[in-house]
Design a protein around this ligand. Structure first.
Ligand SMILES: [Zn+2]
Length: 416
């Protein structure tokens, strides 16, 4: 009889153990042969960074490992190579690519860095933000500065909107704007108030004060070839005179000398062209301000003194009826003083004789307590009479003065 013995307990446990080991070994083998190695890369710091222009970019780098999926999960560190750079001095978007490679496996990551400029330019007005001028005077833009942290000097890009109508009283706003290359804008405002002249200095009619002996020598139509000689004569006797001037490009440098030597300077006319300037108020003032500007450019003086070409009593303007009446009112309203004369030297057609000019002036001076003498410094024979006039005047107790805004005007009376 075959006796089936029950297997001993120990043998059973042993069999089980062998089975388990085999299973584990099989599993380990599967794991080993399916283990995949790969490269992993990770950025240090943010993948997208925005920096204001002027800030420093700190390169944080990246780290990379060669790892297995089942084994070698810790892996080992790889060297990371980097492509691309950030130019902190230039606004823009930069991409930096980090990559690592091992045994045919590789990985990469990228970082985007924005260098931005969000700082607006600095726009500063020169001069006052509130300016007040008298109607009829010119508004001079005092200027501005504009600088930007990124673009530098932007003064040339400043745009001004708004206008000042100097012919009409009112308050005008000028708006200044500037934009930098990143689109940041700065804005400033200036208000200009054009006022009606409150108190126009009223020139005085000539009043005869007994015993007064004042002479205003005035010279029209220059500067010209004899003006320098005239200035030498006036300077020799320290006599101040008044010049009603025109635009003569070859001699305009003498405007500077006239003013620097203490003589008064007034607007006569840029063109002295009767047909042109008396054609309309607009034409007159265009020519007038052109001359005033020229004087200002040469002397720094914005003169308010003037003399009508032909005088205020002229008939040469009769082709435009009433023009001098309108202009004389408008000039006064705009704060100007116009002067005529009560002593004519006769140098404008009556005579070409130096001694006759001197005689005419001396006779006129003797007749008046206050004289405004008309001569033309573009006429040599007339300039040549000046020394005799001065010598005679000084010897006879006359005082020579330059005109100013409150001097007598010797208005002739308007005929048109
Ligand atoms: Zn003239």
């Amino acid at each position: 009889m075959i006796e089936f013995k029950k297997p001993k307990k120990g043998v059973l446990i042993g069999l089980c153990c062998i089975g388990a080991v085999l299973l584990l070994a099989a599993a380990a083998a599967i794991a080993f042969f399916t283990n995949k190695f790969h490269v992993e890369i990770a950025l240090k710091g943010d993948a997208e960074i925005t920096l204001e222009y002027g800030q420093t970019y700190q390169e944080a780098g990246a780290e990379a490992f060669y790892r297995g999926t089942h084994f070698m999960k810790e892996g080992w560190a790889l060297e990371v190579s980097q492509e691309g750079a950030v130019d902190e001095k230039k606004v823009g978007t930069y991409t930096i690519v980090y990559s690592a490679e091992k045994w045919g496996e590789n990985a990469s990551a990228k970082r985007t860095v924005h260098i931005v400029d969000t700082v607006k330019p600095e726009l500063t007005l020169k001069g006052d933000k509130e300016i007040s001028i008298t109607r009829g005077n010119k508004f001079e833009e005092p200027g501005f500065t504009a600088t930007d942290n990124y673009d530098g000097d932007l003064a040339a890009k400043v745009a001004i909107s708004g206008e000042v109508d100097t012919d009409n009283a009112g308050t005008y706003t000028l708006t200044y704007t500037v934009e930098d290359s990143s689109g940041n804008t700065a804005k400033a405002e200036r208000t200009v108030t054009v006022k009606a002249p409150a108190v126009v200095k009223q020139p005085q009619p000539i009043t005869v004060i007994p015993g007064e002996k004042t002479v205003y020598l005035t010279f029209d139509d220059g500067p010209g070839p004899y003006t320098a000689k005239l200035l030498d004569i006036l300077g020799k006797y320290n006599v101040k005179a008044t010049f009603f001037v025109c635009d003569h490009s070859n001699y305009n440098h003498l405007l500077t000398r006239i003013a620097s030597e203490g003589h008064a300077i007034g607007v006569h006319s840029a063109s002295h062209n009767y047909d042109k300037i008396y054609a309309s108020e607009e034409a007159f003032f265009k020519d007038f301000y052109q001359m005033q500007d020229l004087i200002y450019n040469k002397t720094g003086i914005r003169t308010t003194l003037c003399r009508f070409p032909g005088g205020s009593s002229n008939l040469v303007s009769r082709f435009n009826p009433g023009i001098v009446t309108r202009l004389s009112k408008e000039l006064t309203d705009r704060g100007f003083q116009y002067f005529d004369w009560n002593v004519s030297s006769g140098d404008a057609g009556e005579t070409t004789s130096t001694s006759q000019v001197a005689r005419n002036v001396k006779n006129g001076m003797a007749r008046n307590g206050v004289s405004i003498v008309l001569q033309h410094d573009i006429k040599n024979f007339s300039v040549n009479a000046v020394e005799e006039i001065i010598q005679w005047g000084l010897a006879n107790g006359y005082t020579f003065k330059a005109l100013d805004a409150t001097s007598p005007t010797a208005h002739h009376g308007i005929n048109n």
